[in-house]
Design a protein around this ligand. Structure first.
Ligand SMILES: NC(=O)c1ccc[n+]([C@@H]2O[C@H](COP(=O)([O-])OP(=O)(O)OC[C@H]3O[C@@H](n4cnc5c(N)ncnc54)[C@H](OP(=O)(O)O)[C@@H]3O)[C@@H](O)[C@H]2O)c1
Length: 346
């Protein structure tokens, strides 16, 4: 049994990790941290996690908890994660960091967008961007995986075959995303309170959202030339889920059927990417609680535009499910272990 710790196990992502890992036969959760709920029983706060009736939260005392686990999931806010990740990694532990702290390879870009120093640049160099569909080979050998952000996961998976196969021009890509409110975490904030969000719908972070450099980093790697994107996220009144509608100008004569065939071929070995048939587009509810990314495609012949619609659950393929997928790849477990029966439809 692999002994696993979850740092930040009282947040939406950490609690979702507990739910998913309860289905995993090769893992034992031995440590869960929370500062505000230290010493409380997890099952008293989250009764659906009865499997963990024996587990209490504890404070994140690195020197104590390092003895108790072999792999550390870090579900802490960005900047808070940096130091703890470095500590566990340097002391020989495997780490999957779900924060943004190790996703941006160039520390100066991280520092610019996150308005904070990166104090562990040598460790940053060792981090592998954890999108298995693109970086599986490197993840297999990695001890530190930077789990992708939620919006970037949907955007990059939606765009990957179109860019790799040269279907679209990489200039002028538009990523228009809508997310449920769990994407912002459990923290209290007026803009996230019930009356503000319920029956509301708004764009935010226009042109400055911190997921822009992450999307651009990965799209640039795929395109093998520098790419900039317009990314506009929206907050919608649902608990979980992200729909990204992505627009790219087609660079050659092609119809929807051919694009779908190319996407299907590109993802044919991927257990968690579903390419939909023509005239089918995903509903966020259809992938709720699951680790799937569903993609619908349409070539608009009138405007020479490929429209890609991707759907993920921000807490699963956009966070905890993908982290478990990465752990499976890192540990040599079957990649789908623990991830096949977790959907919450409807
Ligand atoms: N929500 C999403 O959809 C999503 C998707 C992808 C990635 N992420 C990333 O995953 C991470 C966790 O997100 P979340 O949505 O679960 O956030 P969250 O609900 O706000 O939870 C944050 C967790 O970190 C703990 N924490 C906060 N400050 C701490 C500190 N100074 N020292 C130690 N522990 C601290 C909290 O524990 P207490 O009980 O003490 O407050 C809580 O367990 C973030 O980096 C986020 O950007 C989130």
């Amino acid at each position: 049994m692999l002994r696993v710790a979850i740092c930040g196990a009282s947040g939406y992502v950490g609690v979702e990790l507990l739910r998913i890992l309860s289905y995993h036969p090769q893992v034992k959760v031995t440590v869960i941290t929370s500062e505000r709920s230290a010493e409380k029983r997890v099952v008293d706060l989250f009764p659906h996690l009865r499997k963990y009736a024996h587990l209490n939260y504890e404070a994140l005392h690195k020197e104590i908890i390092i003895q108790k686990a072999d792999l550390f999931f870090m579900a802490l806010p960005h900047t808070v994660s940096q130091e703890a990740v470095d500590f566990f990694f340097k002391n020989g532990k495997k780490v999957v960091d779900l924060s943004a702290d190790y996703r941006i390879a160039d520390h100066s870009i991280y520092e610019e967008w996150y308005e904070a120093p990166h104090n562990y640049r040598e460790t940053l160099k060792k981090a592998v961007y954890g999108l298995p569909e693109i970086h599986r080979g490197r993840i297999k050998k990695a001890d530190l995986v930077a789990n992708p952000g939620c919006y970037p996961t949907g955007a990059i998976l939606g765009l990957y075959p179109a860019i790799k196969e040269g279907i679209i021009d990489v200039e002028g890509i538009i990523v228009d995303s809508k997310s449920g409110t769990s994407g912002a975490g459990r923290r209290a904030e007026v803009a996230l309170s019930y009356c503000e969000v319920n029956e509301g719908f708004k764009a935010y972070g226009i042109a400055v959202h911190r997921h822009v450099p992450e999307i651009e980093q990965e799209i640039t790697r795929i395109a093998k030339k520098e790419v900039k994107v317009n990314f506009t996220p929206h907050l919608v009144p649902m608990d979980r889920g992200i729909i990204s509608t992505i627009y790219g100008k087609i660079s050659k004569e092609i119809d929807t059927r051919d694009v779908i065939a190319i996407y299907k071929d590109s993802y044919k070995k991927e257990p968690f990417v579903n390419v939909l048939e023509e005239n089918n587009f995903p509903n966020a509810k259809g992938i709720r609680g699951s680790n799937y990314c569903a993609i619908g495609l349409c070539v608009n012949k009138r405007t020479d535009t490929l429209i890609m619609v991707s759907a993920i659950d921000n807490l699963v393929k956009g966070a905890s499910g993908q982290a478990v997928q990465n752990m499976n790849v890192m540990m040599g477990f079957k990649e789908t272990t623990g991830l096949e029966q977790i959907a919450l439809f409807p």
